[in-house]
Design a protein around this ligand. Structure first.
Ligand SMILES: CC(C)(COP(=O)(O)OP(=O)(O)OC[C@H]1O[C@@H](n2cnc3c(N)ncnc32)[C@H](O)[C@@H]1OP(=O)(O)O)[C@@H](O)C(=O)NCCC(=O)NCCS
Length: 216
């Protein structure tokens, strides 16, 4: 909705005010206001919503299992290796995840948007070279394209570099996964190469890009 359109609507309203009584004008204004709201494009509403959303991360909890399952059992997660096949397996994953956090090998987080769980992210420490972490993330489809993965990635990276003192963060994503690639680029990750047949999704081997960021 451009400012000029809003000005034309306001001007029409003022003119209308001169030719009718207040009650009618008020009703007219109500109608105009609805038109203003409904004429904003979906993209503009999306942007407006995204700009005021508060995104944060916190360690995953057992009680996240149901919500994670709801998000992850989405057939549109085309390039995401889905290792969990039921809500029970998700609970089991979270139990193991708690254990791995204690051992210091994996640090998983829920992504919160205005206090609601909308995704997950985490960093897995390389067993042989513990200065390296591999990061991953997923976001509920209803929230795609609002910058949530990019914001969460910055936060998990901050945790990894500052708190865990990692020196290198790696991101491995299917070459076709353009949204994930763009989130990596948004956060300053640099493409280092192609890893052929690196992941398996629904029985198919997929080539991946290796993106990374290092502490200079
Ligand atoms: C990948 C994923 C996490 C991105 O989440 P998101 O919150 O939508 O990401 P962001 O909004 O921060 O960034 C996505 C960017 O990709 C862009 N994008 C989305 N689809 C795209 C496409 N097909 N081609 C090019 N760019 C695309 C968006 O416009 C956005 O760019 P912008 O920030 O410059 O506007 C989400 O799509 C997801 O959960 N997918 C399924 C799981 C998955 O693949 N995880 C990654 C495994 S490596």
């Amino acid at each position: 909705m451009s400012i000029s359109v809003a000005m034309i609507i306001t001007a029409s309203f003022i003119l209308y005010m001169k030719h009718t009584d207040f009650v009618k004008a008020y009703q007219a204004f109500d109608l105009y206001a609805s038109l203003v709201v409904y004429s904003a494009s979906l993209e503009e509403k999306h942007e407006a919503r995204a700009s005021i959303m508060k995104v944060g991360i916190r360690p995953q909890k057992m009680s996240d299992a149901k919500r994670f399952w709801e998000i992850l059992s989405n057939p549109n997660f085309t390039y995401f290796p889905m290792n969990v096949k039921s809500p029970e397996e998700e609970e089991q994953f979270l139990r193991q995840s708690e254990q791995r956090r204690k051992e210091g090998s994996e640090f998983n987080f829920a992504i919160l948007c205005d206090g609601n769980v909308v995704g997950g992210t985490g960093v897995r420490i390389n067993f042989y070279f513990p200065h390296i972490g591999e990061v991953g993330y997923f976001v509920d489809e209803a929230y795609w394209g609002m910058g949530i993965a990019s914001k969460a990635l910055r936060q998990v990276e901050d945790y990894a570099f500052r708190k865990l003192r990692l020196v290198r963060m790696e991101l491995i994503l299917a070459t076709e996964n353009k949204a994930s690639e763009q989130a990596a680029i948004n956060c300053g990750y640099v493409k280092e190469g192609v890893l052929r047949k690196r992941i398996v999704v629904n029985g198919t081997y997929l080539d991946c890009y290796l993106y990374a960021k290092v502490v200079e």
